[in-house]
Ligand binder design. Sequence first.
Ligand code: P6P
Length: 354
Amino acid sequence: MAKVVTIERHIFEQQQLYPHATGAFTGLLYDIALAAKLIARETTRAGLVDILGAAENENIYGERQQKLDVFAHDIIFRMNDHTGRLCAMASEEQDELIPIPEHFPVGKYVLLYDPLDGSSNIDVNVSVGTIFSIHRKVSAAERGALEDLLQPASKLVAAGYVIYGSSTMMVYSTGQGVHGFTLDPSVGEFLLSHENIRIPPKPKYYSVNQGYEKYWTAGVRAYVKWLQGMYGAGHEPLALRYTGSMVADFHRNLLQGGVFIYPGDMKKAKEPFGKMRLMFEAQAMAFLANQAGGYASDGIGSILDIQPVLLHQRIPLFVGNRDLVEKAENFIREHDQSWIKAYLPFRRGEFSPV
Ligand code: P6P
């Protein structure tokens, strides 16, 4: 019988790999796992208690916040604001940096999180997820600053997600591979179920909102046709799976092989360069994909290397099997020079704050 490893034990064992670890980082991951258990309890009951329906206000993107979004945001904040492990936080649901309250001590990490990604799916019982990233403090500021948050994904010390689906799973990496834990609700423990996840070399799926094809650039349109096996004999089509919940689509491609695509499109002037949030979605998934043998790109190059400029900046995203993502870069390079010319200043951060 395989050994039973709880996420707490796994995190502790990972800490042993870092002789100078102080335990603060380990404690931070424990706290995220606990917050995930509390959120999982509410998401599985969402249909039963008056937690459905949009909250009264909207978030920075003009999206009506589902009450569960607000609950998940609050749980993660309150689990981490007093521990002395963080010097700042940032949430997809809040416009600005979230400081640690003055009466609490600060630590040497910052936490960025999307409390409930895909929350528009809550009311129709489709999987949703929490995404988190952890950077080390780099600024000289006493209590954390934007500079500590706006670091490239190559500097991440950890990242992961929780998927609230047919079962609740927490998937994370501290740079030592990607590991998945399934929640056993009868004992309230995340148990190791997927050790050292590697993206299978033979992909099965592609995930994109096919309904927006008319807005794609020529290169993206040609690329998706290639994924569908439309060019030349011998290239088998990939199956399309798209739920509108990036965590669920990413998770499927991580385990079965495939590529998640949210390209730049021209349907919304404010989103010609994509809808995905660099700091709250793309960075974590890029870190995990690379740790699992895959790759993540904005169509030009690695997400890991992009220097963020704004907390809520958006980015085109292609993530999954390395060869599939590199193929997207080739199609865009070949067909989308005008789009590239418009995007490069944006990518360098030469844009007025939105
Ligand atoms: P669309 C959810 O809001 C999200 O950020 C991702 O989880 C998801 O993949 C995407 O947006 C869905 O966007 O435009 O296809 O509905």
